[in-house]
Each structure stands twice: as structure tokens, then as C-alpha cells.
Design a protein around this ligand. Structure first.
Ligand code: FES
Length: 102
């Protein structure tokens, strides 16, 4: 596992869903209640981009068939998606946000 810079701190603010490609992975960073979450942004059901979905308290909902995923751990909360989104550790170092991949 290694840390890869994703973006700078000032590129994300409360309520944002930011698309980031890191090492050929399609991720999204989400800031909610001051916490930054890093998750895969492609839905585990089909090929929908969750960064175009609907953010609510503690979850994001797919724009295509409306499965929701928990931000904390990526768990799919309702069908048709069944598999969780991969979640990534993040760290902030100075002005930069890093994501742990590998
Ligand atoms: S593509 Fe996301 S729920 Fe179907």
C-alpha cells in the first residue's frame, strides 16, 4: 500500500463530491460534516458514475437505479447493488490530501 496525492485541501469543501483519478482508479472524495471520505465512484451494480448521484446524510445514491452506499464503509444499503464500494484511507499532509492505494 502506498500514499498517492489526490488533490489539494482547497479543492474540496463541505458537501462536495469531487471526482479524482488516482493510479487508473476512478475515485470520488466527499466531504460531509468535516470528514473526507474516499470511495470508488463507479457503482458496483453497473457502470454508473456515483459522483453524478445524490448526496444525503451519510450516504450517496446512484443516479441510475438508486442504490445507496454508506460513506463510512461503502456498504450497499439497498438493491440492486449488492457489493460494497471500495473505501480508501486518506490523510492530510500540509495542503494536500493523499489516498492510500495498492
Ligand atoms: S448502476 Fe448503480 S444501482 Fe444500477
Amino acid at each position: 500500500m502506498r500514499w498517492v496525492r489526490a488533490c489539494s485541501k482547497n479543492e474540496i469543501k463541505e458537501g462536495d463530491v469531487v471526482s479524482i483519478d488516482v493510479d487508473e482508479r476512478q475515485l470520488m472524495l466527499i466531504m460531509q460534516n468535516g470528514i473526507i471520505y474516499a470511495l470508488d465512484r463507479i457503482c458496483t451494480h453497473m457502470d454508473a458514475d456515483l459522483s453524478m448521484g445524490f448526496l444525503a446524510e451519510g450516504q450517496i445514491t446512484c443516479p441510475l437505479h438508486l442504490s445507496s452506499f454508506r460513506l463510512e464503509d461503502g456498504v450497499a444499503l439497498n438493491p440492486p447493488a449488492e457489493r460494497p464500494l471500495r473505501r480508501y484511507n486518506i490523510k492530510i499532509d500540509g495542503d494536500d490530501i493523499y489516498v492510500q492505494v495498492g
